[in-house]
Design a protein around this ligand. Sequence first.
Ligand code: T46
Length: 142
Amino acid sequence: MKHLSKVTDCTILDIPKIKDPRGNIAVIEEAVIPFSTKRVYYLYDVPSDASRGGHAHKNLYQFLIAVSGSFDVMLYDGADRQTITLNKPDKGLLITPGIWRELDNFSSGAVCLVLASEVYIEEDYIRDITAFELFKSRRSDS
Ligand code: T46
């Protein structure tokens, strides 16, 4: 069922924050995202003309946060596309399994923090868009 994810299943979630004149703290605890985090990684020093992503995951849930700067995330479910700009450290984008994503338009100093539901498994990736579209059409037939 999760392979039938639509772009509309990918939502912006608020990250609770503690405001303080000394600076703010944003905290991601269990209740904030609908999965347990097994891996954390971040993209940084991304050239403004570079594109990251360009793949989908079969089973992975991810939560993306622009902890600094901004970038665009294009989501594609095999039928519909949506582009979301992330530019706030207290908002994150939940990406459900079975969604193609492309990240670009990184601002200078942008950092994309990613919380992931699984450890790194290359077999979970679909890196060819035609194979992805076939994967989605087979899932919607079944
Ligand atoms: C995603 C976007 C937002 C590892 O060995 N371990 C890891 O945890 C990761 C994330 C990557 N790698 C290796 C695999 C490749 O040899 O690092 C290399 C670059 O990975 P990739 O081309 O997948 O990087 P991005 O920025 O295109 O994609 C990454 C994530 O892989 C992906 O899940 O959604 O960031």
